[in-house]
Design a protein around this ligand. Sequence first.
Ligand code: FPP
Length: 260
Amino acid sequence: MWKKLFKGEPSSLPEGNLLYDRVNRTRLPQHTAVIMDGNGRWAEGRGLLRTAGHTAGVDALKQVLKVAIDLALPALTVYAFSTENWKRPHAEVDFLMHLFSDYLAREINEMDEDNVKLHFLGRIDELSPRLRQQARSAEEQTQNNTGVRFNVAMNYGGQDELLRAARQLAAEAQSGQLQPADIDAAAMERCLDTQGLPPVDFVIRTSGDMRLSNFLLWQAAYAEFWFTETNWPDFTPACFVDALVAFGQRDRRFGGLKNK
Ligand code: FPP
């Protein structure tokens, strides 16, 4: 199985597989969101360029997606590039954009074979024409897949997404399609990039910082959080399983009382 994961082959794991033995399959998150932090620190700790950390981060992502496929998680959303990440040096931004593009070119067919349904969150239309086209074509290629819904947030900011939704609702109200009093949670969710996805119930952040960094602000309202000191490139399938086991043990009350 490990061989399978590391080789990135489509896997159908037998029940009782060692890695997954500890996971309570009846208490898995419906929508896991991951802040893949610490690529730079991982590289700097090894005397490498920050970009080497991003390259290593791609391998970690591939393995985490495999776990999601093996366990049939309904939805996985990863934070690849925020609306604030443009403030980084031009060379790093450029490197990341090429990395995303290469990743899509290399992985899309295997994701498709694995029945993964890809979707992109954020201002995709402001990315380079090549990346934009790859993102749209990946969505189209996998649109009828019924497995893991894998969402990549690129040029994404939670506040920006809420502002875009507010503008859309205001325009609908102005044109008479909608009464202001009809703006409820369902109307809001219809205008978000995550339309049709379950609410985020689990947020994982690597590398020690404990903040949401403008990620899925609406969607994560009742999410459980899992923070680890591990830098993203070192986040192995076993680390992901640890997090999923912890999620299965959380007492989720949604503002109510236990067992009421
Ligand atoms: C954080 O590390 C990571 C990012 C800015 C996102 C990039 C993610 C990857 C390259 C993983 C693969 C993703 C895809 C979609 C192929 P950081 O640079 O903020 O680390 P630091 O906080 O240690 O500086």
